[in-house]
Design a protein around this ligand. Sequence first.
Ligand code: NIG
Ligand code: FE
Length: 416
Amino acid sequence: LKILIKNIRGLAGVVDAADNRKMLRGNELSEYHIIQDAWLAIEDGKIADFGTMANWPGISDWRDLEVIDAEGRFVFPAWCDSHTHLVWAGSREVEFEDRLRGLSYEEIAKRGGGILNSVEKLRSADAAQLIEASLERAYEIIASGTGAVEIKSGYGLDLDSELKMLRVAGEIGQQTPLTIKRTFLGAHALPPEYKNDKQGYIKLLVEQMIPRIAGEGLAEYIDAFCERNYFDEKDLSVILEAGVRYGLKPKIHVNQFSVSGGVSVALNYDAVSVDHLEILGEGEAEAIAATDTIATALPLCSLFLGIPYTPARALLNAGAALAIATDFNPGSAPSGNMNLAVSLACIQMKMLPAEAFNAAARNGAAAMELHDTHGSIRIGNQANAFITKPMPSAAFLPYYFGINPVERLILNGQII
Ligand code: NIG
Ligand code: FE
């Protein structure tokens, strides 16, 4: 199948074929190219060519060609959501109400709720139920323009349940057109059976879970929740050391509620990304900027929990590479809506629309190591793009917030 989209009001996120920077950092995030009055040709699942309507070569071969007239609409590269916990069982609106009555996320966790609530639900769910519930969310994010997604484990916290979660995540990659990457987050919390034996659980992670999961190729990345009452920076070193030995690259939850030494440990292990960073310690923005590690902000989590937003301007001023992701999960961000995340990045984090678009697509792709194929409109890239509803400008997308701006989506060169 070939697709030609013509009369595009603005073809956004265009990148020159010669530009093979893995990611954009600091000022570079404002480099965002939009071709006005454009066409885009897709062939064999890839972006074949594009240009302005004034220089449109016309159609010489109509065979297997689908022509879309995008009059008045924009085309964007599909979002790359580099941090989610998309596979889960049940829901946690009871805790949501508890928080509205005044309890904090941390207090709820101390009472055995929070992550452990989802662990209980996930352990008792069978794989078929889990696939069904997770597929529904996968189609939801597709409908809102996401084409690639990272999915973490971490609600199983025992070998069999973690394997179950990662296999379900794999099914999402098989059964939907989403490009997926998987992350082993065994160190998300201490499971109830190891409540008073953190070292015992870390031993289980290091000696059994990591080797088995890496051995079966069920994850590309390793994650840990580095936070007070969870895993500290010493635990993080031990876990990352083991992960890296088995070929899992780090993507770390750090500085959500408090500053630990976790950022520097993650940087020492060449983390692909450090995520959350609602609180930044002295010198941490500069330390991140000095590396290839991507800082990932999760504005839907900040909105939902009422915690600070990641200081994007400080990170960008320091020259760091910044990505935006949803954190889609049942406890701290029950939304996988990248459009809303982009709006919040502008409204609350003072990112300009161009910066937010780059953070949500190009740098999101880099935070999943998909930068060679995803996150931009570049010849040869996988054809993952969405056509918006009619809109006057690209900035209208984050400005007119809270609706779904996506009218049609193309993934792998197929109209979804
Ligand atoms: O990224 N902070 C740790 N993990 C998730 C929340 C998990 C949950 O509450 O279920 C997060 O916010
Ligand atoms: Fe998370």
